[in-house]
Each structure stands twice: as C-alpha cells, then as structure tokens.
Design a protein around this ligand. Structure first.
Ligand SMILES: Cc1cc2nc3c(=O)[nH]c(=O)nc-3n(C[C@H](O)[C@H](O)[C@H](O)COP(=O)(O)OP(=O)(O)OC[C@H]3O[C@@H](n4cnc5c(N)ncnc54)[C@H](O)[C@@H]3O)c2cc1C
Length: 308
C-alpha cells in the first residue's frame, strides 16, 4: 500500500451487531450515565468502514473504546456509538513496528512489546483504555505519551475511506490530538496504528511494568468505578494537589465522591451515581479551585450526550 492512498472498500453486507437504546453505563468505566440511541459493534475494520459509509450524513457518531475517559449524560446520546473494544483487535509485529488495531486494550501492547524485547511501551500498562482512545487522547504517564511512538496511523472517515497517515498530519499535545486538515473535521477516527519502540531488554521491561502497576495500586482507587484523572494538570502544578488543598477529598454529591486516595479521581462506590452527580462534583471542584487559586481547571474526561 502506498502511504496516503485511499483503500477502496467494496460495500459488503454488514456483519456487526446493532443495538438500540443501549445503556452506556455498561460500557464506561464510571459505570454511570445514560443510553445511546444506537450502538454498533463492528466485526472488523472493513465492516466498520462499510457501516460508517452507510450512515445518514447528519448522524452524530462517537467511537468508544473502554470508556475509561468518558461520561455519557443521563439523557443519553442521540446518535450512534461505535464500540471498538473486542471488535477489531489484531496485535502483531509488522516489520520493526508493533501493529495494533484500535480496539486492542493499551495494557496488552505494553506486555506484547515487553515480550518482544522492546523498550518504551511499559507506560501503557497503566492506561486502562484502547489503542483508539490512547491515540485520540494522546494518553500518557511516567514521562511518556502515546504519540511519542506512533510511526503511522490508519484512519477511517465517514465515507468509509481508510487511509494511512503520518504523525505530521496531526496536531499533538498534552492529552490532545486533532487532524491538521480542518476539512476533515471531527469525522475521522482511528482504526489502527503502527508503533515503533526501541530494542531493549525483556526482563527489565517486565520489571518496569510490575513497578508501574504497584505504584498505581498504591496511589489510585482502582477497586472503585472511576475514569482516571478528571482534570488535566495546569502548567507547573497538579490538579490533585489543588483539589486536596480545597479540602475536597471525600466530598460527595449524590452517589459520586472525590476519592480519598487521589483527589483528581471521582469514584462511584455503589454504582448508584447519576452522570449528573459526577458532573456536579466536577463543577464543584472546578469552582473551588478557581476561587482558591484563580486557575480554571480543564477537564481531561470527555462528556457527551444530553442532560436528563
Ligand atoms: C484507573 C485509570 C487510570 C488512568 N490513567 C491514565 C493515565 O495515566 N494517563 C492517561 O492519559 N489516561 C489515563 N486514564 C484515562 C483513559 O484510560 C485514557 O484516556 C484512555 O486512553 C482512554 O481510552 P478508551 O479506549 O477508554 O477511550 P474512551 O474513554 O472510550 O474514549 C475517550 C475519547 O477517545 C475517543 N476515541 C475512542 N476511540 C477512538 C477511536 N478509535 N478513534 C477516534 N477517537 C476515539 C472517544 O470518542 C472519546 O472522545 C486512566 C483511566 C482510568 C480509569
């Protein structure tokens, strides 16, 4: 395949699963929130492309991986959610690169790369989403970010066109990735990516993975439904430190609570929180930090859908 050339996808019968009025609480790590009008689970990448090409042009589309950075408001999402996890999940070496489809869980890449004796993918073990979500968010931790290692990405658009793209075609930043060509708008999604990691030492990589997981278990409320860090860190500071300084650890609204273990995490301990409780707590923390520090925290979690 030549870089940048469109791949023609014929229009076969769809082979995935379409569900209507599907509770998104089942598909997001907060285990809260409303329903999606339609959910499509493609059977593979060509099926995803065929499905997208058949959607009415105005239909809102949201790709969802493991929903580990997502809140769907209680009134639901009036569009089509495409669930990628478990749909297209090939993971293999392709020459010197690790090829991973968008539905592969990011921690799997860390373990796969370590097994291959590659170095640098370990940070992904702590990010409980998919490759698609990691690309869209430029997810990162421990001083590394997803796009540091992307050699190229396979995208799919609303017409079902698949195209390989280089990192230079994207604007990449802290927990941010958007395509530079404004004509492509928001209707471009990740289907797969090729990652280039350095040759390293298998045992050392496995050791780093264990160390990173231990640190996470100590510092994050992993036993309770959550969506990781709610806010981005402002330049030169930590959102968690600021929220803690506002004495908000343990503060609850409805079924949602600011974690006592990590102040930038909101947990849903009894799985009874409404999305509105979580959003109200987000706004409460934001205004408390604004009042005390004069800094307006920006959310890292994505919020979609309509209020109830
Ligand atoms: C316990 C915990 C710890 C976490 N730690 C970290 C961390 O250290 N660093 C970090 O960066 N994040 C962290 N996160 C947040 C989250 O795991 C990451 O943002 C992750 O990359 C999201 O992946 P996902 O597949 O779950 O995406 P989702 O939550 O499903 O979606 C997130 C966004 O990506 C978009 N998206 C998903 N798939 C695609 C696709 N194929 N194409 C285009 N857009 C897509 C969605 O539309 C949405 O806007 C943590 C979360 C949890 C629960």
């Amino acid at each position: 395949m030549i870089m940048g050339d469109a791949i023609q996808v014929p229009a076969p019968a769809l082979r995935g699963t379409l569900r209507v009025n599907e509770s998104m609480a089942r598909h997001v790590s907060w285990r809260a929130g409303g329903a999606a009008a339609r959910v499509y689970i493609p059977s593979d990448i060509p099926d995803l492309a065929a499905f997208l090409s058949r959607l009415p042009s105005g239909e809102p589309v949201c790709m969802v991986g493991l929903g580990s950075n997502l809140l769907v408001r209680d009134g639901g999402y009036r569009g089509t959610v495409v669930l990628t996890h478990g749909s297209y999940r090939a993971l293999r070496m392709d020459g010197e690169c690790v090829y991973a489809e968008a539905g592969v869980a990011s921690p799997k890449i860390a373990r796969f790369a370590a097994k291959q004796g590659l170095d640098g993918a370990e940070f992904l073990v702590g990010i409980p989403g998919t490759v698609g979500g990691a690309l869209a968010m430029n997810a990162g931790c421990d001083g590394a970010e997803t796009w540091d290692f992307v050699a190229r990405a396979l995208t799919v658009d609303r017409r079902g066109e698949l195209r390989q793209r280089l990192p230079a075609e994207f604007e990449i930043g802290y927990r941010h990735c958007s395509v530079r060509d404004a004509r492509l708008g928001d209707d471009l999604w990740f289907a797969a990516a090729w990652f280039r990691f350095k040759t390293g030492n298998r045992d050392q990589a496995h050791e780093r993975i264990s160390g990173l997981l231990e640190r996470r278990i100590e510092s994050q409320p992993l036993e309770l439904p959550n969506a990781g860090s709610v806010f981005r860190n402002p330049p030169g500071d930590h959102a968690a430190r600021m929220i803690e300084a506002c004495a908000l650890k343990g503060h609850a609204i409805g079924g949602a609570r600011i974690s006592e273990k990590h102040a930038n995490f909101i947990v849903n301990p009894n799985r009874r929180a409404r999305a509105a409780d979580i959003e109200a707590l987000i706004e409460h923390a934001r205004s408390a930090v604004k009042e005390r520090f004069g800094i307006e925290l920006q959310t890292e979690v994505r919020i979609i859908g309509e209020p109830a």
